[in-house]
Design a protein around this ligand. Sequence first.
Ligand code: GRF
Length: 318
Amino acid sequence: MNDRPKARVAVLISGRGSNMAALLYASRAPDCPYEIVLIASNDPEAAGLAFARAEGIATFAQSHKGMKRAEFDAIVDAELRRHAVEYVALAGYMRLLSPGFVAQWEGRMLNIHPSLLPAYKGLDTHARALEAGDAIVGCSVHLVTAELDDGPVLGRIEVAVMPGDSPDTLAARVLIAEHQLYPRMLAELVARESSPDWLLGEVRRRALGLPEAAEKLSHGMPAFHIAGGKVFGYFTYDHHHDGVTALLVKASGAEEQAMLIERDPDLYYRPAYLGPSGWIGIRLDGGDVDWEHVAEWLARSWRTVAPKKLQGLTEFIA
Ligand code: GRF
């Protein structure tokens, strides 16, 4: 993993930027899988910007005032792309995002929130938790979706409420937990695309979603088959000590195999042993896997082996 280039991350801030600092300092560990390449803010006065400049990180600051939400987000988006950013970390970014921007970065944009989500979305989380008499509060890192503070939670840290806590004393303690959680979750997110376990989980979810699909070990590989019938997909990880992580599916034959490989030699290959019987390898280790494409291949491969009685079900799948 250490020989992979570090993932390029931008942090969006509106204020103090202590989480940004935590992300940055964590990135200085030699084995950290990400680097911070840009700090952007919708407030040119944000204290975190001065800090970023002192650290020699590229900054971008523009006030959103007087601009439509989508218009402003398009400017930020262009800046992110100019810096070849791959992941976006929101850290106290006090802007609601336009749906277009969220869609552009889906799965690659995360946020930190000072509550144990799904509890206390929105503002004043600590005051609300104290008001409710909670004994345990905390913070959460989640993927950003169109709904505020609502995306899949990647991780949380719990913090005990102490007698006499005020919203401020509680916020200060939760902030310490935030600084622990955020760098770890960001590192996990950027590293997971090179994790065979994570890739297998993604393939499995899609393969087992097909009618009557089941899993077994075959030729030492996780294999997806139609219950009591034929295999339509293999997950291969370093199988021939070649370091390759890939999905094997049924192509129509040698001609199609050759055509696919010629069209995209970084994505497709002819697998050893199974190649001669028409299987094609789809690499999953190139980063940025097109999961819709993987799902389409699985469905197609399923159709080639499904018995007649199941073929009628194909209208329900891609
Ligand atoms: C943090 O409490 C974070 O959870 C929330 O906004 C605050 C930002 O603080 N989203 P900082 O700017 O990172 O110091």
